[in-house]
Ligand binder design. Sequence first.
Ligand code: DGY
Length: 319
Amino acid sequence: MTKPVIWITRSLSAATLNRARRDYEVIWDPADAPGSAEDIIAMSAKVDGIIPCHSEHFSADVVARLDPRLRIVANHSVGVDHCDLPALRAKGITVTNTPGVLSDATAELAMMLMLGAARHAVAGDRIMRSGAWDFWSPAFLVGKQVTGARLGIIGMGGVGRAFARKARGFDMEIHYHNRSRLSEADEAGATYHENLDDLLAVSDFLSLHCPATPETTGLMNADRLAKLPQGCVIVNTARGNLIDEAALLQAVESGHVGAAGLDCFVTEPGGNPAFAQHENIMMMPHVGSATVKTRDAMGFKALDNLDAFFRGDTPPDKL
Ligand code: DGY
């Protein structure tokens, strides 16, 4: 039996590539460049399925020009804001993602950014590396204590809940806002705020874990940032466009926001150079899920979805 042909757009883990090559005819370019709109359109005539990352954009325009040969887009990501889902569905293309398997890795990075932002990790590291540490005082690099503080979480899906579990280890008081209230077991003592503004008012630390949708774009705008307690620390490991970056910059410059830890930016790759002027903004280049274990798990989940599809079953993570 001939194997389905798939395009793997980026450098997935070696274990993923090996398994993919065992079961499929794989097209993969080790140059690891993001696939352009033209690449996606051209490749759709050569393959039955694609495993893209969030770096490949399936806009309505691109989807309109896809060849009918392409039948499944098995994303190597939980976020699917790079895919126009209604357009893909209307074209009869199955779309899947990789929920669950990246929750712990992303929550770990959120924890690193929260602690690093709260405790001046960027300034401390710069001082040590530059050989500029020639002074100590009890007033030196005094940060904000995480232990026992109130943590607001927006979005209590897999990553939000994993972050809450880790934050409980720091005795944080967990508050959350979500489209719907969690079960008592999933809440595990966290306080639900149906109204986002009520959550903001009690968030000494705020971490974003909701998907990027037209409704959540610019969610943390100037008005909402103003509702946070003075000196709040904001963490974003979800998507850059959840935050109005100009408003965040202003809030950091005024001191209303005490610090920020960001893994996601409106412009990626590249980020926001204006943030680099502020050592109380700790930044990482969108690597929340970048651990060996999680990359393997994401790749295997994408392949599980493809396998189910080509067997004629409904893929477990069909959207
Ligand atoms: C995701 O899975 O959505 C991560 O941001 C990596 O793409």
